[in-house]
Design a protein around this ligand. Sequence first.
Ligand SMILES: [Zn+2]
Length: 207
Amino acid sequence: MAKKKEKRKVTKPKASTGPKCECGGTFKPVTLRRFDFSRYAGLPSFLDGAPGWRCGSCQREMLHGQVVNASLFFIAMDIVGFPHRLTAGFARYLRRSMQITQQELADRMGIARETVASWESSLKEISPQHDLILRVLMSNHARSSEAIPTKVLVDIANDVMATLSSVRSEPAPRKTPDLLVTESDFKKLPAAWLSKMQNTAPTVFAL
Ligand SMILES: [Zn+2]
């Protein structure tokens, strides 16, 4: 015998009823095109096809905190697979993604802190060997990330590890290239995770 469903006082928010905007309008879930993500990554970067929110009145756009974290993860994995030597900005990004200081990284690599500082400030190019060690440390760290669901994460980390079969002999480009997280990256995330995220709005990042 089926139990009669208990009537709830609080109605669950639907996808169409997002958080309120300062202007009085309501944010609705949308797919954002060519979204400038540079201020979050600290590197020139864009999101293309990110699940986000847009105010129906003033068109202001927002990203969910979980999408910010997932995007930061995708960018780290892009950098690990980068075919040239790491730029200063890329090397710094990887270290910060691991949430360690220059000294801690130096200790792990068995080198002087000044060496880390010199490649992060473009004084010296990172050596091919240090470049590879840094990427391997990051890939290993990525496996414990909580930014995205575990199954997806392990697949991505494995794919990126497969690109680390040798050192990068090509020198770093003079200018750090723009990084792009694409719709196909976001599509790697399980649909259920995405829709759950977009239907809850407790941690929305204003942009
Ligand atoms: Zn608004």
